[in-house]
Design a protein around this ligand. Structure first.
Ligand SMILES: Nc1nc2c(c(=O)[nH]1)N[C@H]1C(S)=C(S)[C@@H](COP(=O)(O)OP(=O)(O)OC[C@H]3O[C@@H](n4cnc5c(=O)[nH]c(N)nc54)[C@H](O)[C@@H]3O)O[C@H]1N2
Ligand SMILES: Nc1nc2c(c(=O)[nH]1)N[C@H]1C(S)=C(S)[C@@H](COP(=O)(O)OP(=O)(O)OC[C@H]3O[C@@H](n4cnc5c(=O)[nH]c(N)nc54)[C@H](O)[C@@H]3O)O[C@H]1N2
Ligand SMILES: [Mo]
Length: 772
C-alpha cells in the first residue's frame, strides 16, 4: 500500500456502481470469482449460509441478492484461493512477519494446517492435530484454574459457543471475555437496568410500521449496509430519519440500491437522513437532554392551553419509575450548558424535537458512537429515557435497536459466553453435567488484559479474533503477552495476535461458515442470532480451504477431552458427530429462548427469542421501565477545560472488518492511499500550525506517567466538529490507555481519547510508547 493519502469528498451515493466495482475488485484480487454464483443463491437465504460479516437481520422474504458490498467482500476474503501453508511459515520467521501490515498478513489467505511456534528457529512448523491437542491438554492441566482465559470473537456459532463455555466451566472458571466486551457490553449493562433486557426490542417488521428513525453513532453504509434496504423503503413512505454523528457518513446521506436496475441506470439516489446533526464527540447526552427539555416545554404549554399532551403521561404513570428525578434534572439544566456540551444550535435541537413529537412510533438505532465512551452506559440510558417519554417501547413500529457487530456476537452471550456468573444457568448445567460450576465472576476483556499485565493470567485460548490488535494499550500488551505460558489461537487467517508469541504458541486453523462442515452424521448445520434476536440456521456450501481443517466444535471438543478426560455426562464425540444434539443441550439449558430448537431451524427470517420488554413487561429491580439520570452532560473525559486537548474518535474505514484490513480505500469518506491519517477540522489544523496534508503527532493527554504517542500521521482536512478528531482503528489503539473505559461496562472508550496534536516532520507510519 502507498504511504500518502488523498482526500476528495465522495459525492456518489452509498451502494450503486461504486459498491459493484469494489466487489468485483475484491473477488478478482482474492481469486474468488467462482464463489460469486453461490453468493446470489445462498447468502443470507433459508437453506444457505448466513453472512460472516455483520449481524443485521435476515428478512423472511430475501431480495434476489441478499448481500451488500461489504458482506460480499468478507465472503470473498473467506473463500479466497490464496493459502497460508506450512511452506509459507518455513520461508518467513515470525520476527519478519511482525513487520507486515494487517492487510498483508491476512492477504496471504487461509491457514491450512495446525502449526506450533518454534523459538529456536523463530518459525511456525507443522504439528499433527493429535500432538497439538495432547500438548495443549497437558499444559492446561498444570495451571491454576483462574489463570486461564477463554476468549471468543463474535463469529463462532451457537453450537461452538455453547461447547466452549462448557469447556471453560468444566475446567473451573468463568473467564469468558468476548469481543462484545469491547463493543456492546455497554448495552448489556445499560439496557437491563433501564428496561430489563440486554438486547434490542425491535423486529424487522417494526421497520415497516415505524413513523420515524433516530440514529446515534452508527455508520450504516459501512458497517450494516443491508439495513439501507429497510431505510430506503422507509424513506419511500416519507418517514423522517434524524441522524446524530460528528461525521457526515455517506450511508446516512444517500443510497442507490444495487438491486434495483432502474435506480442503477438513473443513479438517482434515495435521500436517507432528513436531518443531520454533527454533534461533538461525546455530546449526545446533552443533545438528547435538549430534546427532552423541548418536550417538557411543549408539554407545559399543552397543559396550559388544554391541548393534547406531548408526553405519554399514561404510559409514564403505568410503566415507568424515576420520572420525577429525571424531569427535575432536565428542567434545572440550562440551555447554554446543553448547547456547549453538544456543540449544536438550539434550533437544530428544536428541529429534532419537533420531528420526534410528530411521530407516533419511533425506532432509535445506535452503535459504537454511544457505547465506546466513558459514560457510554449513561448515553444508552439517555436514549431509553427519550423513548420512554412518549411510550416508544413495547409497541409496533417503535423501540430500541442496538446494531450489533460480529455476525453472532449477540448469540454467543445468549448461550452462556459470559464472564458474569449469574448470566449463565449454572444450576441447570450443574445438574445436567454433574459438576460444580465456578460461581465467582470471571475476567472480562479489560480484566484479562490487566491479568496479563500483572502476570496472573498464564494461558490464553482464543476462539477467533485478533485480541492483541483489538485491545487498547498495544505496546504494553504486546510486551506482556510474551510472558504468557500458552497461547492457543483458533483462526482462519494469519494476524498479528498469532505473531506476538507466548512461551508455547499453537495456531489451529478452522472452517469458515460458508464451508461444508462434514461430520459423522453428514454435513452439519450451525446457528446464529442476529441484531433483532432472530435465530437462523446456516449451511456451508463450499469445499473447505484445506483437507486438514477442523470445525470449531471439533477443536473445542478435542481440547476439552485432552484437558478434562472422559465425562459420561458430556458426550463430546457424539455432539461433534451431530450438532443437532448440541442444539438439544442448548434447549435444555435455555428453554425459554430455544423451545423446539431443532424443529424451528428453518423458520423464514429466523425465529425471534421472546423479549419481555417487547410486551411491556419490565424485568428490572423496580418492575418498571426506569428513567435514569445521567451523571454528566458530556460522555467523554474530565479534562474539558483545556482547549488544546482534543477528542480522538477511533473508527472503521469502508475497507476493513475490524482488524481485517481489506485495503486502504475508505471510499465513502473519499480517503484513499493510506490509513495512517487523522481527520481534522481545517480551523483546528491552522490553529495548531499544521500544513495542509501535513504530518502530525498525536500524544495522549493523560497524566499517568506513560507517554503514548504516534507520529507521521497525515492530516486530512475534514468536515468534522472543531475539537473532534477521527483516525482509524486498530492503528491508533496504541494511544488508548487500558484504564480508559466506560464506567460499569468496561468497554474501552475508543470514541473519546483525549489527545494533543502537534506538527510532525514527515508522514510516516509508526508508533511509540515510553514510560516517562
Ligand atoms: N464492513 C464492516 N462491517 C462491520 C464491522 C467492520 O469493521 N466492517 N465491524 C462490526 C462490528 S464488530 C461492530 S461493533 C459494528 C460497528 O459499527 P459502528 O457502530 O458503526 O462503529 P464505528 O465504525 O466504530 O463507528 C461508529 C460511528 O460513530 C460515530 N461517532 C463517534 N463518536 C461519536 C459520538 O460521540 N457521538 C455520536 N453520535 N457518534 C459518534 C462515528 O463517526 C462513526 O460514524 O460494525 C460491524 N460491522
Ligand atoms: N480503538 C478501537 N478499538 C476497537 C474498536 C474500535 O472501534 N476502536 N472496536 C472494538 C470492537 S467493536 C470489536 S468487536 C473488537 C474486535 O475484536 P476481535 O473480534 O478480536 O477482532 P477481529 O478483527 O474481528 O478478528 C479477526 C480475526 O478473526 C479470525 N477469524 C475470522 N473468522 C473466523 C471464524 O469464523 N472462526 C475463527 N475461529 N476465527 C475467525 C481471523 O483469523 C481474523 O484475523 O475490536 C474492538 N477494538
Ligand atoms: Mo464489535
Amino acid at each position: 500500500m502507498s504511504d500518502r493519502a488523498s482526500h476528495k469528498p465522495y459525492e456518489q451515493p452509498t451502494g450503486g456502481w461504486g459498491s459493484v466495482k469494489s466487489l468485483v475488485k475484491h473477488a478478482k484480487q482474492q481469486r474468488a470469482l467462482s464463489a460469486a454464483p453461490s453468493l446470489v443463491r445462498d447468502h443470507n437465504k433459508t437453506g444457505g449460509y448466513m453472512c460472516t460479516s455483520c449481524a443485521w437481520a435476515k428478512p423472511a422474504k430475501p431480495h434476489p441478492a441478499e448481500f451488500c458490498e461489504n458482506g460480499a467482500k468478507a465472503t470473498f476474503w473467506d473463500l479466497t484461493s490464496k493459502r497460508t501453508t506450512p511452506e509459507f511459515f518455513a520461508r518467513h520467521t515470525v520476527s519478519e512477519l511482525l513487520n507486515w501490515s494487517d492487510h498483508d498478513l491476512e492477504n496471504e489467505g487461509r491457514l491450512t494446517d495446525p502449526v506450533r511456534y518454534d523459538a529456536a528457529t523463530d518459525k511456525y512448523t507443522r504439528v499433527s492435530w493429535e500432538q497439538a491437542f495432547a500438548d495443549i491438554g497437558e499444559a492446561l492441566k498444570g495451571y491454576a484454574r483462574k489463570s486461564v482465559v477463554f476468549y471468543t470473537s463474535g463469529r463462532a456459532s451457537l453450537e461452538a459457543s455453547f461447547m466452549y463455555q462448557l469447556l471453560a466451566r468444566l475446567y473451573g472458571n468463568n473467564n469468558l471475555p468476548d469481543s462484545s466486551n469491547m463493543c456492546h457490553e455497554t448495552s448489556s449493562v445499560a439496557l437491563p437496568q433501564s428496561i430489563g433486557t440486554p438486547v434490542g426490542t425491535v423486529l424487522l417488521e417494526d421497520y415497516d410500521k415505524t413513523d420515524c428513525i433516530f440514529s446515534f453513532g452508527q455508520n450504516v453504509g459501512t458497517n450494516s449496509p443491508r439495513l439501507l434496504h429497510n431505510l430506503q423503503k422507509i424513506r419511500e413512505r416519507d418517514v423522517p430519519i434524524v441522524v446524530f454523528n460528528p461525521l457526515r457518513e455517506r450511508g446516512w446521506e444517500e443510497f442507490v440500491n444495487p438491486q434495483r436496475p432502474g435506480q442503477m441506470v438513473t443513479n438517482k439516489a434515495t435521500q436517507i437522513a432528513t436531518q443531520y446533526h454533527q454533534v461533538r464527540s461525546g455530546g449526545d447526552i446533552a443533545a438528547m437532554m435538549g430534546i427532552a427539555k423541548k418536550l417538557f416545554e411543549w408539554d407545559d404549554a399543552a397543559i396550559a392551553s388544554g391541548g393534547s399532551r406531548i408526553l405519554d403521561h399514561i404510559f409514564i404513570a403505568e410503566h415507568t419509575h424515576g420520572f420525577e428525578a429525571f424531569e427535575a434534572k432536565v428542567r434545572e439544566t440550562k440551555w447554554d450548558e446543553l448547547l456547549q456540551a453538544c456543540g449544536l444550535s438550539r434550533s437544530a435541537i428544536e428541529d429534532a424535537a419537533r420531528t420526534y413529537v410528530k411521530a407516533h412510533s419511533v425506532i432509535a438505532i445506535y452503535g459504537m458512537g454511544l457505547t465506546q465512551h466513558k459514560l457510554g452506559v449513561d448515553n444508552v440510558q439517555m436514549l431509553i429515557n427519550l423513548l420512554l417519554l412518549r411510550g416508544n417501547i413495547g409497541r409496533p413500529g417503535a423501540g430500541i435497536c442496538p446494531i450489533r457487530g460480529h455476525s453472532n456476537v449477540q448469540g454467543q452471550r445468549t448461550v452462556g459466553i459470559a464472564e458474569k456468573a449469574d448470566l449463565a444457568p449454572l444450576d441447570k448445567m450443574a445438574e445436567r453435567y454433574d459438576f460444580e460450576p465456578p460461581r465467582e465472576d470471571g475476567l472480562n476483556t479489560i480484566e484479562a488484559c490487566e491479568g496479563i499485565v500483572a502476570g496472573e493470567v498464564r494461558a490464553f485460548i482464543g476462539l477467533g479474533g485478533n485480541f492483541v490488535r483489538a485491545v487498547p494499550e498495544r505496546e504494553l500488551m504486546e510486551e506482556k503477552w510474551r510472558d504468557l505460558e500458552l497461547s492457543v489461537q483458533i483462526a482462519t487467517k494469519l494476524n498479528r495476535s498469532h505473531l506476538v508469541t507466548a512461551k508455547k504458541t499453537y495456531l489451529l486453523p478452522t472452517l469458515v461458515r460458508s464451508e461444508i462442515d462434514e461430520q459423522a452424521s453428514g454435513p452439519q448445520i450451525v446457528t446464529m442470532e442476529d441484531s433483532t434476536t432472530c435465530v437462523h440456521a446456516s449451511r456451508g456450501k463450499h469445499k473447505p480451504a484445506s483437507v486438514s481443517l477442523l470445525s470449531e466444535p471439533k477443536i473445542v471438543a478435542e481440547i476439552a477431552k485432552a484437558t478434562l478426560g472422559a465425562n459420561s455426562k458430556v458426550p463430546w464425540d457424539d455432539w461433534v458427530g451431530n450438532y443437532a444434539l448440541v442444539r438439544d443441550e442448548i434447549e435444555v439449558c435455555f428453554p425459554d429462548d430455544f423451545r423446539d430448537f431443532n424443529q424451528r431451524l428453518d423458520s423464514p427470517g429466523g425465529f425471534p427469542r421472546p423479549i419481555a420488554a417487547r410486551e411491556r413487561k419490565w424485568d428490572t429491580d423496580t418492575g418498571k421501565a426506569n428513567f435514569k439520570v445521567p451523571q454528566a452532560l458530556h460522555s467523554s473525559f474530565d479534562d474539558e477545560t483545556d482547549p488544546d486537548v482534543l477528542r480522538l474518535i477511533t473508527l472503521r474505514s469502508n475497507d476493513q472488518f475490524n482488524t481485517t484490513v481489506y485495503g486502504d480505500a475508505d471510499r465513502l469518506r473519499g480517503i484513499h492511499g493510506s490509513r495512517m491519517i487523522v481527520m481534522m477540522n481545517r480551523v483546528d489544523r491552522e490553529r495548531f500550525g499544521i500544513k495542509k496534508n501535513g504530518a502530525a503527532r498525536l500524544t495522549t493527554a493523560v497524566d499517568d506517567g506513560v507517554t503514548r504517542s504516534m507520529g507521521g500521521l497525515q492530516v486530512v482536512d475534514y468536515n468534522i466538529p472543531v475539537g473532534t478528531l477521527a483516525a482509524y482503528y486498530p492503528e491508533c489503539n496504541a494511544l488508548i490507555p487500558l484504564w480508559h473505559y466506560a464506567e460499569e461496562s468496561k468497554t474501552p472508550a475508543a470514541k473519546s481519547v483525549p489527545v494533543r496534536i502537534e506538527p510532525d516532520r514527515i508522514v510516516e507510519s509508526g508508533s511509540q510508547t515510553s514510560v516517562a
